[in-house]
Design a protein around this ligand. Structure first.
Ligand code: ATP
Ligand code: MG
Length: 275
């Protein structure tokens, strides 16, 4: 059988392994392993377009995370108070501290949507970290062990957003000593009318595994008007400082309320902010 009758040729981009059939004749055979390298995961959401400085809170996060052995912080506070924005900002600022990977998951907290299961989160992260889908173990205990193994020596940042309980968070905490884990969760004030099973109680287990807490508040009066001001672009009717202050007062410095009010004003520039 002459060689000319059996020429295997491949053209174009080839994805996945290639098997050559029939008799392979050559003086040198080079086997190419399939290149599975994925980009380094950088999963945090983009920082807020208009940023009102939270210098004090960022410094506080710095010191909580710098304390020996404490690289785990849970940011708590009312819904819309800016927990996710603060965590994202801190991670963005300290990008160079986590050269290996930055992982993020939204556990859907109080959104009304079901949370992803631990297995789903770990499988997604492991795939992002380069583990082939075929190599993922089938049960959560093994997925957790593999996640810890893969991340054991990484300078890794993990943002676990909108957690309801310590049970959801614990298996997602990497064992690396070079990493940072930030968790966000609502704060449910304990009142005599409420069940004692509030978020504080549900999150209590996190303190046991070394989490420190940062309680976030609304903007102070000195900075609250900056958010709607930043959302009004220069072409719009400029609204004076007094009116911005009035708007901010009405929103009690609550970041989400200020964002909605500012965006509404930007979209309807003729409306009076007192309306
Ligand atoms: N420092 C800030 N500068 C500018 N805007 C901010 C800031 N903090 C929060 N915001 C605005 O407030 C909105 C709500 O913030 P964020 O989503 O961080 O709140 P949250 O506390 O995480 O809310 P939830 O409890 O629902 O998770 C953001 O979409 C953003 O527009
Ligand atoms: Mg949030």
């Amino acid at each position: 059988m002459s060689r000319a009758q059996h020429i295997n040729s491949i053209a174009g981009a080839v994805v996945g392994p290639v098997v050559q059939a029939h008799t392979v004749t050559a003086e040198t055979i080079v086997l190419h392993a399939h290149d599975r390298r994925l980009p380094v995961p950088r999963q945090i959401p983009p920082p807020a377009r208009t940023w009102v400085d939270r210098a004090e809170e960022l410094d506080r996060l710095d010191s909580l995370l710098a304390a020996a052995g404490a690289t785990r912080v849970v940011v708590t506070g009312l819904g819309g108070v800016g927990k996710t924005c603060l965590a994202v900002r801190w991670l963005d600022r300290h990008h160079d501290r986590h050269p290996d990977d930055v992982l993020h998951i939204d556990l859907n907290g109080w959104s009304g949507h079901p949370p992803p299961t631990t297995g789903q989160v770990l499988a997604g992260w492991l795939r992002a970290l380069g583990v082939a889908a075929d190599d993922l173990p089938g049960n959560v205990a093994e997925l957790t062990a593999l996640y810890r193994t893969v991340t054991s020596d990484k300078a890794l940042a993990v943002l676990i957003d909108h957690a309801r309980s310590a049970d959801q968070v614990q298996p997602l905490v990497s064992a690396t000593a070079r990493g940072t884990t930030l968790v966000t969760s609502h704060q449910s004030p304990v009142t005599s009318h409420q069940s004692p099973v509030t978020s504080h109680h549900r999150l209590a287990g996190l303190a046991v595994v070394g989490f420190r807490t940062l309680d976030l508040d609304c903007f102070p009066a000195a900075t609250e008007a900056a958010l709607p001001a930043g959302l009004l672009d220069g072409d719009r009717r400029p609204i004076g400082h007094e009116l911005l202050r009035a708007l901010a007062d009405r929103c009690h410095g609550h970041p989400l309320a200020l964002t909605i009010a500012g965006a509404h004003l930007a979209a309807h520039p003729r409306r009076d902010p007192h309306d």
